[in-house]
Design a protein around this ligand. Sequence first.
Ligand SMILES: [Zn+2]
Length: 132
Amino acid sequence: MSKPAQGPPFAATRKALAEALAEIDGLLPGSVVVRLMRCGKPNCACKADPPALHGPYTQWTRTVRGKTVTKLLTDEQLARYQPWFDNSRRLQDLVAKLEIVSLQAIGTADQLTTKTATPHSTPARKRRKTHT
Ligand SMILES: [Zn+2]
């Protein structure tokens, strides 16, 4: 996609990411799976051996106030919702990339990446071996 920027640290990359973020005008939480199912009828073909399962069904699962909520989607609904499901994944991807280039940008500007790892950030359990 892009080479590491030369000039102002990664500004071009951040701008591109910000523009891509701005295009996201809707997103839906949760995940969508397509699955075959058994029903509740005792003598149904879905209980046979081998079973003839029902479906495939498209299930949308998400969490609402700590509870898992599942809803079956019709093909028409899935087609309509799909861009917003895709946007959720896209948003996570863009945020992750923006974090990376932002960290690179401050690291380049302030030399943070090369200097912070030393003195008082060491955990208490680790002894320092800097005596000579
Ligand atoms: Zn059945």
